[in-house]
Design a protein around this ligand. Sequence first.
Ligand code: HEC
Ligand code: HEC
Length: 231
Amino acid sequence: MKWLGLGAVLLAAGCGPTPAAEYGEELFRDAALSESQYNSFSCATCHATTATPPAGKVYVGLSLHNVAARPHWWGGYETRLLDAVNFCYTAFMRGVTPLAPEDPKSRALYEYLVSLGPDAQAPAQPFTLVKDITDVPRGNASRGADVYKAACQECHGEPHTGKGRITELASILPEVAQDYGTLFPGVSPGLVFIEKVRHGRFFGVGGNMPPYSQQALSDQDLGALLEFLRL
Ligand code: HEC
Ligand code: HEC
């Protein structure tokens, strides 16, 4: 299997779209790739696949354009592409057993990821997690409404009602913050909210929401979002 960074070889051989890549694309867009009944995310929920992501949409993960041609992933934490994928698979998609290299699904997914890149080599993508949580200046509420639509709505549904949310496990925003005063006494609800967005399920927060890196969401857009949600 060519999971070890040999995408360049495949490309040099001039492979067009293969049946395996087509099956891989189906898997990429299907939440049922994960065996967990509690998972509602597909890879496509969080990742664009084009060089320029579609307008009006903010993805929490990086675009996977040219992904197989990058030297490493996750800001250098992962040096095998399958490990980078399995990180998402187990952390966000509630997959219990990581995808194995010889699994036909892994192979198909790999062929699809390779098909997303015309270049034999591509630079690693920066990924900066915000560790220390500090307050951010509030911004423009109408900008914040756009940010909500582009970034949060696919999973959380409409503000205040959750209408159209991807799963009932996704909290209703911003109402979930009403309990923060008793759950986290002495901390402003806005700060708890910022921590969730910046840390996702990590740093002891829990759940399966992904974290927004600095690259995925600027402090400026986060501040606008908070103003819109009145937090
Ligand atoms: C719930 C959201 C979510 C889902 C679902 C998800 N990912 Fe990710 N993924 C992320 C985040 C966040 C990162 C870290 C930021 C980044 O590097 O894109 C990431 C990182 C990656 C990376 C490393 C990119 C790089 O260059 O550093 C790869 C590869 C990847 N994901 C592939 C996949 C594949 C394939 C699937 C489906 C099996 C998947 N992801 C499912 C959110 C998700
Ligand atoms: C890929 C889907 C997804 C995206 C995108 C997403 N969320 Fe979430 N979020 C969830 C899920 C699922 C939960 C419940 C599980 C958990 O807490 O991780 C959640 C929980 C939360 C919580 C509640 C934590 C608590 O107190 O229980 C907040 C706050 C939140 N999200 C804010 C946001 C904001 C703001 C955005 C947009 C910038 C956003 N989320 C984008 C899936 C998502």
